[in-house]
Unconditional design. Sequence first.
Length: 60
Amino acid sequence: MNVTAHLGLASADVTLATWPNLHGDWTPVVYPTLLETISLHAALSVAIDALHLANHLADA
């Protein structure tokens, strides 16, 4: 089985990792990248909120 991790952004779909020919239980191999992806998404969300707030304060 081939497993690929993607991050869907508004402007593009980014491939984070690919694991070709995984056999059996691939969870220990893939799980750390999934956690990194979730953390990256959270960090980008915080950065976007901070940018929106900064723009709002600059306009005020």
